[in-house]
Design a protein. Structure first.
Length: 195
């Protein structure tokens, strides 16, 4: 069970698991090494897994018709990442999910999760609670993007996720915050001179 300790501890923040539950969940988890710049999800392919980051960093993004990419999500250790729309509806993905560092992930397949949730209501509850939390975060992000200046969005993100700010490339962070890398650089310089 040691190999699954981190992902199981993540689940235990939401629901109680006994030893049998842990074995049941661990039986559907697959551990994989992912190289930096490798994709684990690509557009037009159905996303068949949820991915838990054991070690490393990822971003999900889409490329618009003008060739500009827009970062949707980052994930570091103890976070899940996927093209959730593709995963939930089992339709072709619209996102890329790319490793920003050499990483180790644990993946769980859609059909295995569905069967597990049917067999064990604890896992149904876990995935529901995580989905609700994710939806609430997405709503806060939309409100932040609509109501705050670029500088306010950067400061908010830096305060909430200082380790991500240090680990992800500036272009990816700028893309997530809805600005150019050059504009983010100006904001950082302006803030540095204030302190």
């Amino acid at each position: 069970m040691k190999d699954y300790e981190n992902i199981l501890n993540n689940i235990k923040r939401y629901v109680f698991l006994d030893e049998e539950d842990e074995k049941q969940f661990s039986s559907i988890v697959r551990t994989t090494n992912v190289k930096r710049r490798q994709f684990i999800v690509q557009p037009n392919f159905v996303c068949s897994h949820q991915t838990y980051v054991l070690k490393g960093a990822f971003r999900s993004y889409f490329v618009n018709d003008d060739g500009l990419d827009h970062t949707i999500q980052f994930a570091i250790e103890d976070w899940f990442i996927s093209d959730f729309n593709s995963y939930i509806y089992q339709t072709p993905a619209s996102l890329f999910v790319e490793a920003l560092e050499d990483s180790i992930v644990q993946q769980i397949a859609f059909n295995d999760v569905e069967n597990l949730c049917l067999e064990n209501p604890k896992f149904e509850r876990f995935f529901r609670l995580v989905a609700q939390k994710s939806f609430a975060y997405s709503q806060r992000r939309v409100l932040s993007n609509l109501g705050k200046s670029a500088e306010e969005r950067y400061i908010e993100f830096q305060n909430l996720y200082p380790s991500i700010v240090q680990r992800v490339p500036q272009y990816a962070l700028a893309s997530y915050l809805g600005m150019s890398a050059e504009f983010l650089s100006k904001i950082r310089k302006r803030l540095a001179t204030k302190s």
